[in-house]
Design a protein around this ligand. Structure first.
Ligand SMILES: [Zn+2]
Length: 178
């Protein structure tokens, strides 16, 4: 599966050398909401599902409407949104992924009006999404999808040692543009 990771690494090339994952290709990966959720889960829980609150690996599926897992240790429901920037948001996983894609690929930034129009949500919700995504980036993005996975200025799922200061500043300019 092609992912942000590829895209972000590609972004580091000179402008005329860039290849990119097109919006079409990107969206085609997530035809359903379940596919989008599974993708985020695979990025967040690289080594298997863990409770976002206590870290226990002793979890099970649950029949809760919005939180499909149950932690046997702290006895609470959770989902892949729990303890991330998506926590408490009614916006679908697909739309979150699209918003992240659009914000990360726009060199000049994206207005909340355009973002809302592009992904089919109200401007106020788009503003909220963009605000949270940018805040996560500004915080080194380590909690965008939880502590194990980074959607940072370089790529999603990367390691700290692979970051470079110059690139970081460059990317900061990109994401602060709008
Ligand atoms: Zn727990």
């Amino acid at each position: 599966m092609r992912c942000f990771g590829n895209y972000y690494r590609i972004m580091r090339k000179r402008k005329d050398q860039r290849e990119r994952v097109s919006l079409y290709e990107f969206i085609a990966q997530f035809e359903t909401e379940d596919a989008a959720m599974a993708y985020i889960e695979s990025r967040r829980w690289v080594n298997g599902r863990q409770c976002p609150r206590c870290g226990s690996e002793s979890t099970s599926n649950a029949s809760h409407k919005t939180m499909p897992y149950w932690c046997k240790a702290c006895r609470k429901y959770f989902s892949v949104r729990t303890e991330t920037l998506m926590q408490g948001s009614p916006i679908s996983y697909k739309k979150w992924l699209m918003a992240i894609y659009l914000l990360s690929t726009s060199l000049k930034g994206v207005s909340s009006t355009k973002l809302g129009n592009d992904i089919g949500i109200r401007q106020s919700n788009a503003w909220y999404l963009a605000h949270r995504i940018r805040a996560a980036w500004a915080n080194n993005a380590s909690r965008l999808f939880g502590c194990q996975v980074e959607v940072d200025e370089t790529y999603l799922g990367g390691k700290e040692k692979n970051k470079h200061q110059g690139k970081k500043q460059q990317a900061d300019q990109i994401i602060q543009g709008g």
